[in-house]
Design a protein around this ligand. Structure first.
Ligand code: TXA
Ligand code: MG
Length: 356
């Protein structure tokens, strides 16, 4: 398949291009497009064939449901069977934005889009290119992140092209994603709201509106007996090609430990990388040292993490160590993704233990 790659400026949107892209989706084709979280691989959410094509292009198991993207609240009424009252409060505050809500679905949504589930995940993105495209496409775009299954989600078009060139009809380059981490997913179909995937909209932010909210345990634990409620969270995910290990403990100890391990790996001929912070980057020795930003700036860390993981791949880095980050606020989402990227490979250094 010949993939058309076009650039669109969010500040000055070329509506003729958007019309073309919308037509591709209406006719059952696929268009990769920017959102404020990560790039999405879009097809008509109400067309079962389009959803099948999305799974094939992404190399994704078809039991893993897709998020349906809408551009206005009215669109929700024809795809959600029951809409709890809190939906409107959440929507007022966080839509358009990086929040996905789960509802019972109507028959209008094919089961191919929802991976066979009777529920549907819905999000209204804030990115203006995404919104224009949704409107031009008929109002409902099913879109997973554009990464080939298992890889870190693309936040810049370069990595969308790497993963999808030749597999979709069009790729829209809209620059770097503002947030860099996928949406928070909250399930509203049970007795209590449950966060299935943490994100930029934090538990605290949801609790301001919903009262108490639960976090699906499987978001942070590896071997729980129950399967995750968001089927996608059970697959190995976000992984760079190199072997990634997270090191937890007092910063000084962590630094010493990582430097020692890096030296060993380099001695064995491996190319090494470190995920550091502005505070620590100068004290490492590795083939590639990348700072995610200031340690306290979780929003910045969230924005840079996936891109850094992909850059290590570009550089052929084989062994990667990462510092651990504060699991508060957006940091909770950062640690959720980092743990999955590392396949839960974590080394915990005991306080005061001799790390040299
Ligand atoms: O920010 C985002 O949400 C991005 C952009 C493109 O909008 N999309 C995204 O989609 O992250 P994806 O497919 O990579 O992740 C969707 C997650 C998966 O883990 C999937 O299992 C879960 O949402 N999900 C979708 N529908 C669901 C449902 N009905 N019930 C439970 N989980 C669902
Ligand atoms: Mg994904």
């Amino acid at each position: 398949m010949n993939t058309q790659i076009i650039k669109i400026d969010e500040e000055n949107i070329d509506m003729e291009m958007i019309r073309k892209a919308g037509e591709i989706i209406r006719l059952g084709g696929l268009v990769a497009f920017p959102t404020e979280t990560v790039y999405g691989l879009g097809g008509d959410a109400l067309n079962a064939d389009s959803s099948r094509k999305i799974y094939a292009a992404k190399g994704r198991p078809s039991d893993n449901p897709l998020i349906v993207h809408i551009a206005n609240l009215e669109a929700l009424f024809s795809i959600a069977r029951t809409i709890p009252a809190v939906t409107f409060k959440l929507a007022e505050r966080y839509w358009p934005g990086p929040l996905t809500m789960i509802f019972e679905k109507t028959d209008k949504v094919p089961s191919q889009t929802t991976g066979g589930l009777e529920t549907v995940a819905v999000r209204m993105p804030s990115d203006r290119i995404a919104r224009a495209l949704i409107e031009a496409s008929g109002g409902y775009i099913a879109a997973p992140s554009t990464n080939r299954s298992g890889r870190p989600s693309p936040t810049v078009a370069k990595y969308v092209i790497e993963d999808l060139d030749g597999r979709v009809d069009m790729i829209i380059d809209g620059g770097e994603a503002r947030l860099g981490l996928e949406s928070t997913i909250v399930d509203l179909t049970g007795e209590k709201p449950v966060i299935l995937r943490p994100g930029y909209i934090t538990k605290e932010m949801l609790e301001e509106i919903l009262g108490s909210v639960e976090m699906d345990r499987t978001a942070f634990e590896e071997n729980t007996s129950q399967p995750p409620k968001a089927p996608g969270m059970k697959y190995r995910h976000y992984a760079p090609r190199g072997n990634l290990t997270i090191v937890e403990g007092e910063l000084e100890q962590v630094r010493n430990f990582i430097n020692r391990e890096l030296r060993n790996s380099e001695d064995q001929g491996s190319r090494t990388g470190v995920i550091a912070t502005d505070e620590t980057a100068g004290s490492y020795r590795a083939s590639s040292i990348k700072s995610v930003g200031r340690r306290k700036d979780e929003v910045q860390i969230a924005r840079r993490l996936f891109r850094i993981l992909r850059e290590f791949d570009d550089e052929g880095i084989e062994v990667i160590y990462s510092e651990s980050f504060e699991g508060r606020g957006v940091g909770q989402a950062v640690m959720n993704r980092l743990l999955k990227a590392a396949g839960h490979q974590v080394i915990h250094l005991e306080k005061g233990s001799n790390s040299e």
